[in-house]
Design a protein around this ligand. Structure first.
Ligand SMILES: Cc1cc2nc3c(=O)[nH]c(=O)nc-3n(C[C@H](O)[C@H](O)[C@H](O)COP(=O)(O)OP(=O)(O)OC[C@H]3O[C@@H](n4cnc5c(N)ncnc54)[C@H](O)[C@@H]3O)c2cc1C
Length: 430
């Protein structure tokens, strides 16, 4: 594509972890336009207690109805799990629990060393473990139990302006005080540097001629529109980008991972785990992590979770699943494999023991709803692309900068790693 202006132009599709970062980095060297399918993010603002009272009313029949309460949260279902992502400015980072974990082993394995980019991130972002000073007695007790069981818990670094955190536990439904950092800050920075943001603009496909993208086609507030630029970056997320690519005639691989999550919970009157930052510490185990977590989806939609939130103790298991699955935009094919289930069984028995040690008898324990929120891997980088970071199936002026290019499931919070990768891609493009 050619540009009439002196400065080259770039379109970034999606404003989540990867998109917002690369837009911020490229603006200045390119004139950037961000195309975002959703609206501005709005946190959940209704009183949880009153909403919880409605759980028996039949209002909360299906997890997909969460959009009535939290319009930026999109929930989809596969045969055996519920998939969650954020649609709107900031993407899924607005629903994140703020964990800032470096998990780039699979990138290192293929020869991509992101040390410089992680260093930059540690300087630029409010990453802190200061929340530990405000842990409740319950959290401290849980931490000790993890230690006693040899689970080597580590305090979770958080994307957090700690003094503003009121410990309300609402991190994953939108931080009400703005204490939690999310990628909207990068969108703002890109805009301040002169970029443009178009919301409610869902990119459908690309027109490609030879080695170039000639058109980015989208539905914008009910109208069919078309954009052109010298460079196009897809960052519509692990379930968004593959659909755009396939509709544009570029096949992706059936290697979708999602990091399935299952909570083990039980009654413990007055534990008030709901009044604690989510995932205050993490235990890294082979193939999964364990961490205290209050699961809002299960609380509202799972019939076993009928207790008041203040009386529920809950431990989360997050698996690195087998990279097997795909989406075509109409349907998401993703189920737990036999290996995933075997891993989950091991994690379940450890979680049951944690809860038993904190005072929840095994007979009273119940499970949450199997869900997942880390989709990626359908255009995985291989050692051949370790320098170019450009998949050979893509036209020369098209890059992908989101979880789709991660080579393997990490079973770990990926935001920091996706942003480091987006930074590296921006450097290549500069
Ligand atoms: C409840 C929850 C908690 C989480 N907590 C953490 C955490 O604490 N730490 C962590 O590291 N990770 C966490 N994650 C995961 C993390 O948020 C995501 O893995 C990460 O944001 C993915 O980044 P991305 O750039 O690939 O996509 P996203 O951040 O999902 O961004 C994709 C963007 O593309 C837009 N989009 C989609 N389709 C289109 C289209 N067709 N046209 C235009 N725009 C489009 C979306 O609206 C969105 O803005 C959590 C996830 C969930 C669900």
């Amino acid at each position: 594509m050619s540009s009439m202006s002196a400065k080259k132009t770039a379109i970034v599709v999606g404003t989540g972890a990867g998109g917002a970062m690369i837009a911020r980095e490229l603006q200045g060297r390119f004139q950037v336009t961000m195309l975002e399918a959703g609206k501005d993010f709005r946190p959940f603002s209704l009183p949880i207690g009153k909403m919880a009272g409605l759980r028996r009313s039949g209002l909360f029949l299906d997890e997909r109805m969460i959009r009535l309460l939290l319009p930026n949260m999109l929930v989809e279902k596969t045969a055996d799990m519920v998939l969650v992502r954020g649609i709107g400015t900031g993407g899924t980072t607005t629903l994140a629990t703020g964990n800032a974990v470096r998990c780039d082993e699979s990138l290192k394995e293929i020869g991509i060393d992101l040390d410089p980019e992680f260093d930059e991130l540690y300087h630029e972002l409010p990453i802190t473990c200061d929340h530990q000073a405000r842990w409740t007695d319950t959290t401290r007790r849980m931490f000790r139990i993890f230690e006693e069981m040899g689970l080597a818990p580590v305090v979770t670094p958080k994307l957090l302006n700690a003094p503003q955190c009121v410990g309300c536990g609402h991190c994953a439904i939108g931080c009400p005080t703005g204490a939690k950092w999310d990628a909207r800050a990068l969108v703002e920075e890109a805009l301040a540097k002169g970029a443009t943001l178009v919301t409610q603009c869902r990119v459908t496909d690309l027109r490609i001629r030879g080695k170039n993208v000639t058109e980015v086609r989208a539905r914008e507030r009910g109208r069919q529109v078309s954009y052109q630029a010298d460079l196009v970056i897809l960052a519509a997320g692990g379930l968004g980008t593959p659909v755009i690519l396939e509709r544009s005639g570029i096949p992706c691989s059936a290697s979708l991972f999602v990091d399935p999550v299952l909570c083990v919970a039980g009654p413990l009157p007055g534990i008030r785990q709901d009044r604690q930052i989510l995932m205050p510490f993490i235990s890294q185990q082979p193939g999964y992590i364990l961490s205290p977590y209050m699961d809002y989806l299960s609380f509202f939609f799972n019939r076993d979770w009928r207790l008041p939130m203040r009386d529920i103790a809950s431990v989360m298991i997050k698996l690195a699943d087998e990279e097997r699955g795909r989406t075509d935009g109409k349907k998401i094919d993703k189920t737990m494999s036999a290996a995933d289930r075997a891993n989950m069984e091991k994690a379940l028995s450890q979680s049951r023991e944690i809860l038993a040690r904190i005072g929840v008898a095994e007979k009273d324990q119940f499970l949450g709803t199997l869900n997942a929120g880390h989709p990626g891997g359908m255009l995985p980088l291989s050692p051949l692309e370790k320098d170019s970071l450009h998949h050979p199936a893509l036209p020369e002026d098209l890059y992908v900068a989101d979880a789709s290019i991660l080579p393997k499931a990490m079973g770990n919070p990926p935001i920091l790693t996706i942003m480091a990768l987006a930074k590296r891609i921006a450097k290549k493009l500069a």
